[in-house]
Ligand binder design. Sequence first.
Ligand code: SAM
Length: 661
Amino acid sequence: MGKFEDLRKQMIEYQMAARGLDDSLVLNAVAAVPREAFVPTDLVEFAYQDSPLPIAASQTISQPYIVALMTAALQLKPGDRVLEVGTGSGYAAAILAELVAEVYTIERHKILADTARERLKSLGYNNVNVLYGDGTLGWPEHAPFDAIIVAAGGPAVPATLKEQLAPGGRLVIPVGTTLQTQKLLRVVRVSVDDYRHEDLGDVRFVPLIGAAGWEDEAAQMPAVKKAAVSLPELMYQGSEHFASIDRVNLDNLLARIGDARLVLMGEASHGTAEFYEMRARIARELIEKKGFNVIAVEADWPDASRINHYIRNIAIDPLLERQPFTRFPSWMWANHSVLDFTHWLKNFNDNSAAPGNPVGFYGLDLYSLGASIETVLSYLESVDPATAEVARIRYGCLTPWMDDPSLYGQMVLTRQYKTCEQSILIMLQDLLKKRLEYSQADGERFFDAEQNAKLVANAERYYRTMYYAENSSWNQRDQHMFDTLEAILEFKGADAKAIVWEHNSHIGDARATQMSARGELNIGQLIRQKYGNAAYLIGFGTDHGTVAAASEWGGAMEVKRVQPSHIDSYERLCHEVETDNFLLPLRQPLQQSVRQRLLAERLERAIGVIYRPESELQSHYFYASLPQQFDEYIWFDETRAVTPLSREPLKGMPETFPFGV
Ligand code: SAM
């Protein structure tokens, strides 16, 4: 079997069947179409990824799962005549052509219509007719249709399309009141005047533009061009400029944050010093002026505990004296910017006017299976050695996989190893049952052990299900981070106020980004859904400079050059603003029209712990609507890589404490 056939099989299994799509006719049709022939040549290696991909005319080839889902919703029969609106690459049309007698497809971009026509012909699809035109008007010469599929999101169901349905015909279309998100609707023509509407769930499509769709942006262009002020100029007027992180005046930002209980601060990479330093600067003011007392970060719980203990002078359990933050990517937290902030926090707590309410530092992530098990065991050893014995046996189920827990997932999936789910859950329940008894002695230590036991349970599930569907482990991880934050807030009491530091992709509302089309949520979305305006979400961005990142997972840290931003990106707009660093309020804009004009989706860059400049567009850019994603955006035109801490074993000079034990 060839490489692409293999990938296609996996796509059908993990992206479609695993999500419950079991229409064998549709899955067979997907299996017959070479998706790699429909994507731009430089993106061929991503053809079977679980996401839409860019094609010409700033359009997309839809996510494979969505194409299959919509096709299944059409309930096709072999003799059917089908109309598609939004040919795009022609991929969905090819799948339809595998299933029915005749396919008619309309595309409003001539370049796409012409390319798709050629491509479909060369692949032997002789039952597809491609028309260049406005699909919201349908194709009356060939109506009525047994099924109509619309591959772009409109403000309403076009009446013309309903009229071109045959009795019993099905129309599947994304409809939404904004350009960003839609509901997928199935409209069935029950009789001549009677239509039944069904809601098939939330989706995200490019806009349906036409007579019965949204207005053409290009048609408005002359008006925009005539506007006296360009968008970067408006952004200049609508932002607060600053020269340096040390000297920036944050009073207005603090006023905008108001009495929010949660402030989420992102980063556009995991290795940029300015993002850490600015977040530390803002955090210091939130702590000093607004009484924030929780810092919760995208790090593992046991590692962050070491900082928590250090800044609060809590003795460290000698059994657990290992180096924290050694897991890849260690530079993400073991760097000089974080170290400086840690010292500041300790100094603040030591001299605080409210010693009973110190600032705590917590980790929200779940990659510390081994360290968390060790912590629970060590805790039980000290409070209840008999239970510790039982715990050792229960956790023993996971012991063979400590070095590479993803192997555990693989072995369970292929049924070569039994699942440890039950023993881990029982262990957690046992611990929770003894909450009263244990926490009487030391509530803080019990809380720490409880969070570690919950982490073990969630991590077990994370690794066990990571091969099912791409979004399920992402969602579990962000759900775990949200639940952990909630537990911290509850533990700290009603007055607790938290600062959250994570990557932009976790803290910017996922509903405003391409992630939601993949069914992905994140902690920013969950927090907004629960706390509304009591949470303030701040995104960060940069154009160029250097960044600390690896070339592949587990690889060594390198200082890499950040490419100047893509021409269609938000970053490029920010770069064109005539100042280097600025704060751009988006929830309460200084210029209302700035928010308005930034709403339409653009590319946004996300550099994680890995940076691949050579394939930047495919690997690091996604579509988003910035003002819907964040309440404020902080820009540094040029940035530099973080400086990692030296991890030499300590020889009496603890200047990197609490990192270098
Ligand atoms: N089905 C496509 C595929 O498999 O590649 C994906 C289509 S893409 C998500 C949506 C397409 O709809 C875009 O190519 C866009 O230009 C097109 N479109 C938007 N409004 C349209 C309209 N009124 N008539 C025809 N095409 C339209």
